[in-house]
Ligand binder design. Structure first.
Ligand SMILES: [Zn+2]
Ligand SMILES: [Zn+2]
Ligand SMILES: [Zn+2]
Length: 168
């Protein structure tokens, strides 16, 4: 799948995307009572057309369709880039022409979703969203989308396994 495909994919997201959606929802303490109760979109506070974002639980965050689509696109872009990077040797050490389209699509989706700059890698290093060293962190996304980087790590306390780029 190319970067353009990822950004323009229609239809409902697959389960791998749905599973990560909870990590895109702001923390409960950052939300209003109405947002925590599912009466308003957790991102824009719209009060209509709100499907639940996660499975049944005591906490019921909801999101409007446009806000949800922005996060679906971001998660699709992240997972597509990660899918490439985890099987790509150049991605671990250098700028990768084969991964470039996916990296670009990810960058667009990241920015449209209003996510923070800089991106903090799993090792603790801050990187610009446009950095050529930025990579997906290629282990299971148990705590949501995470990042790594190629090249030397500036965080001496980082465990080696937290940084794919320095593992040779
Ligand atoms: Zn919304
Ligand atoms: Zn690559
Ligand atoms: Zn680092």
């Amino acid at each position: 799948m190319t970067g353009a495909d990822v950004l323009l994919l229609p239809g409902e997201p697959d389960p791998s995307v749905v599973r990560l959606m909870i990590f895109e929802v702001p923390a409960a303490r950052a939300l209003t009572r109405r947002q925590n109760n599912g009466d308003e979109c957790v991102w824009c506070s719209a009060a209509e057309g709100l499907p639940p974002l996660c499975g049944p639980s005591a906490w019921r965050p909801h999101g409007c369709a446009p806000c949800r689509q922005i996060r679906v696109t971001y998660l699709r872009a992240y997972l597509a880039w990660k899918g490439h990077a985890q099987d790509c040797e150049p991605c671990r050490t250098e700028w990768c022409p084969d991964g470039w389209g996916l990296a670009l699509a990810h960058g667009i989706a990241y920015e449209v979703a209003g996510k923070e700059e800089p991106v903090y890698c799993a090792c603790g290093c801050p990187l610009s969203r446009t950095s050529r060293r930025l990579r997906p962190y290629v282990t299971d996304c148990l705590t949501g989308p995470r990042y790594s980087h190629t090249g030397p790590c500036t965080n001496p306390g980082a465990p080696a396994s937290a940084d794919e780029g320095t593992r040779r």
